[in-house]
Design a protein around this ligand. Sequence first.
Ligand SMILES: *Cc1c(COP(=O)(O)O)cnc(C)c1O
Length: 409
Amino acid sequence: MKRREIIRNIGLLPLGGTLLGSVFPGKWIQASPSDQKAGRNLLKELGVRTFINAAGTYTSMTASLMHDEVVAAISQSAKEFCMLNEVQDRVGERIAQMVHSEGAMVTAGAFSALTLGMAGILTGTDRKKIKQLPHDLEQSGIKSEVLIQKGHFIGYEQALHNTGIKLIPVETPGDVDRAVNEKTAAMFFLNCNTPDGQIKHEEWLELAKKHSLPTFIDIAADVPPVSNLWRFNDMGFSLVAISGGKALRGPQSTGILMGKKDLIEAAKLNNSPYGTTIGRGMKVNKEEMLGMYAALEKYINQDHDKEWKIWEDRVAVINNAIKNIEGITTSVVVPPIANHTPTLHVKWDKDKVKISQKDFLQRLRDGSPSIEVMGNKEDGFNATVFMLNPGQEKVVAKRLREEFLNAAK
Ligand SMILES: *Cc1c(COP(=O)(O)O)cnc(C)c1O
């Protein structure tokens, strides 16, 4: 399933938490003193539905769970004061070493990294220009146009728009040559839609070099493979934006902006803690910065081959439980870019297995434990396993089988 289709299917998402909350109002409101000692479970107290995430790293589903090392970095640093910029600078230096870039900073998600990076390109360290965004760029002597391939529009380019720039769609190298003028600020590339653009990375970089323009690439959901963390810095992109809370499993409200040192420093000036900047509302505190750093370190150092094998085994457990049911068709695919993990595609003959996609997803959601998978365009669903806790694949397998056999009766 392509990125666009995933986004289209977001419409199928549940209104999280409303169901349990309305069925059991107030059930958990009174926490006893002993509960409090053991640690309150606020999700339970508030009646918020929790579920097994066999869908993937979707922001609306809280995307990913942090490893203990990350939670430890957060809770430990929560007990001390320090200067925010000092944390950002120290963490940024270490992250930059890990990803082969000159500089790096922790942002409030990849979306924020895109806005701040774009702002940095536009303003440099000029405080007057920083204050000006997102209004009247041209009148203020700020470059105002960004080139993007037609196939690279998926919605997230809004993050660039937020700085006040205009996106100029191009298709061919000739289009690029004709579009570049004195207002052109940068050339943007969306990695996950590489196949949808005529111009690939290297040629995009060549064109930018020819016109002396900075380049910016969005790789938000594009690890694994781990090598993508440095691949685009090595290739020569000026700035790279990635999500911290997807497969990296950092705090969900983080991302990383990495790239040329001068641009990173300019991006920082457009961010919190500085007032009158476009990024003041994209605040990231020390806990998230350190949590992101701990998550990145853990991610880079883990055994990726072993993890891949675990994912394949989990997918097989789920697939084996349902693939022989009459009317069911399954296949295991690995999306080439973005969410590059073994994914199970499931569809069924609605004459043999008499349940609609919508009702099937609802039954999984309403079951115990509640399970989320992602509805797809083929009127079936996709299940991923990289956000499962060990053993949950067995629960997912059992529940899918139960519901399918029930509907096949
Ligand atoms: C998820 C995503 C984003 C936004 O990332 P956040 O970390 O949620 O801000 C941007 N671009 C693409 C391609 C994405 O997949």
